[in-house]
Design a binder for this molecule. Structure first.
Ligand code: FPP
Length: 254
């Protein structure tokens, strides 16, 4: 299996010939601040989530324009089920609307949809909309859009460990043969490159159980803008900051 971390931005041998670094292959975003955006305007939280969907549309468009190949959006964490029922209904309603109304447009733009997380927690209608979105866009060659739904990094790692343990118990696998690549192949992101860059909006500085394994060597950028205000200029600035970072993946400087 190919190395999981992309090797772009590794120091070049001859700095004089080094071109501008390419954009990150995979950008993952923790979309935070919808509620504060709404509260600051005296609006109900759902208004912030609606504005958040607008920001999703902009981010998808901008990612493709900036040459990003993979964009993962943390739309609903496994912990978000602890929110009040009314907010869960609002969020799942927006998700249903997004899946029904946006897919045709995304498909026409060549976007390929992927989903990670425990989709069985959603009602059967949403589950079949997810399956249809994946099926319909499966052959598209443009931006790969990964939507994390009812996703939790720890649960994902535990599930992979459970699969390994079951294989060992059944005599199908010898523990000494386990490698990082073989373990990663059992995660929900098995066919997805690791994120090069994780962006979190709203000024909070934590990962909140997002892509814990996959972000081992990701650059982290924390942006003050609330998610509904996150626009193309914020995205471009994050990529410019990424380009200034010196990624060594644990190696010594040359
Ligand atoms: C965090 O803001 C945001 C969420 C929990 C949900 C993100 C969802 C969307 C942007 C809309 C749905 C997405 C898709 C792809 C259809 P918060 O509510 O925690 O904000 P706060 O920290 O200011 O309260």
């Amino acid at each position: 299996m190919a190395p999981r971390a992309s090797t772009q931005n590794l120091p070049e041998g001859d700095p004089a010939t080094a071109a501008a670094p390419p954009p990150p292959v995979h950008v993952a975003i923790i979309m935070d601040g919808n509620g504060r955006w709404a509260t600051a305007r005296g609006l109900p939280r759902v208004a912030g989530h609606r504005a958040g969907v607008e920001a999703v549309r902009r981010a998808v468009r901008t990612a493709a324009e900036l040459g990003v190949q993979w964009l993962t959006l943390y739309a609903f964490s496994s912990e978000n089920w602890r929110r009040p029922l009314s907010e869960i209904i609002d969020l799942t309603g927006l998700l249903r609307h997004f899946l029904r109304m946006e897919i045709a447009d995304l498909h026409s733009k060549g976007v390929r949809l992927h989903f990670i997380g425990d989709r069985t927690k959603f009602d059967p209608g949403i589950q079949s909309d997810i399956a249809e979105a994946v099926r319909k866009t499966a052959d598209n060659q443009g931006l790969n859009l990964v939507i994390a739904l009812s996703y939790g990094g720890r649960a994902e790692i535990v599930e992979a460990a459970r699969q390994v343990a079951a294989d060992v118990a059944a005599g199908r696998f010898n523990p000494v043969d386990l490698t990082e690549d073989l373990f990663a192949a059992r995660l929900s992101t098995a066919s997805i490159p690791d994120p090069d860059l994780v962006i979190r909006t709203s000024g909070e500085k934590r990962l909140s159980n997002f892509l814990l394994w996959q972000s081992a060597y990701a650059e982290l950028i924390f942006v003050d803008a609330l998610w509904p205000d996150f626009g193309p200029a914020n995205f471009a600035e994050a990529l410019a900051e990424f380009a200034r970072r010196d990624r060594r993946f644990g190696a010594r400087p040359a």
